[in-house]
Ligand binder design. Structure first.
Ligand code: KMH
Ligand code: ZN
Length: 272
């Protein structure tokens, strides 16, 4: 089995310190969180940024200052994956803009879903525009798949020649309004339908994070954890921070005998 790539989604766009006081929202907090996550075994940081009032932002200046802080804090800079999902309701032009800063990776959401009480819109015209942005700036996409139909959407983009292999897929399971996170019922059919050649990982939301991570470790997938997806360490007990969630995955991988990819090894595995 190839080594395990651990991604940490440290901040997200939908949470605030009201839900968990350890959510990193300033560049300094994000830099500290990124360093701790890298020390714990993460090689990719999935990055959302905030403005001075800690509101979700897609402004270039806010991405720049967080990236600079993370670079300064980490002796070995992790792969920084910008979110092009942003916060629910963000305009697609604003979501695409940060790609102009040419991060190593960016997230690419492959379909529309209910997102709690909201709707997270990713129409085909949106996705075509996004694909053009990735191509223009030479950014490697990670396809965020929330539902089985999103794999069909990705296949359509592949057929249209808008995205090229290898495909890096992140199954994001357990969002209220999309596919849930049962390992057999939900994850298995997704893995069976992967486009090739591809790598895959799984991000379980809330209580799904731990079982899905465990299954991915055992079956050759990669893992995303982090406060964006899950603020709890166990039932009713808040995580002390992102690094605690990363450490648990690293511990599980060690127990299982699966090596953990260094940042450089992750770059090689993903062809960055
Ligand atoms: N904030 C969610 C609605 C991504 O980063 O690409 C979307 C999201 C996905 O977080
Ligand atoms: Zn995100």
């Amino acid at each position: 089995m190839e080594k395990l790539i651990i991604t940490c989604a440290i901040t997200g766009a939908e949470l605030s310190k009201d839900e968990t006081p350890v959510l990193p929202v300033t560049p300094d907090e994000q830099a500290r969180a990124a360093r701790e996550c890298v020390e714990a075994g993460a090689s990719i940081i999935h990055l959302h940024v905030r403005d001075d009032q800690a509101r979700p932002s897609q402004e270039l200046a806010h991405f720049k200052r967080s990236v600079e802080a993370i670079r300064a804090a980490c002796p070995d800079t992790p792969i920084i994956q910008f979110s092009t999902g942003g916060a629910v309701g963000e305009a697609m032009e604003k979501r695409i803009e940060p790609l102009s800063l040419k991060p190593e990776m960016g997230s690419f959401n492959t379909g529309t879903i209910n997102f709690g009480d909201d709707i997270f819109v990713n129409s085909f015209p949106d996705m075509r525009g996004l694909a053009a942005g990735f191509k223009k700036y030479g950014v490697v996409p990670e396809f965020e798949i929330y539902d089985l139909g999103h794999l069909a959407n990705l296949e359509k983009l592949i057929k249209e020649g808008l995205v090229t292999p290898p495909y890096h897929i992140q199954f994001v399971l357990g969002v209220p309004g999309a596919m849930q996170g049962d390992c057999f019922r939900d994850l298995a059919p997704l893995v069976q339908r992967l486009p090739q050649p591809s790598t895959w990982g799984v991000a379980g939301v809330g209580r799904f994070q731990l079982p899905l991570a465990t299954v991915a470790i055992a079956t050759g997938g990669h893992v995303r954890v982090g406060l964006e997806d899950n603020i709890y360490f166990s039932r009713g007990v808040l995580a002390t921070g992102n690094a605690q969630l990363v450490s648990r995955v690293a511990d599980l991988a060690k127990l299982y005998g699966r090596g953990i990819a260094s940042i450089q090894e992750a770059r090689q595995l993903l062809g960055l």
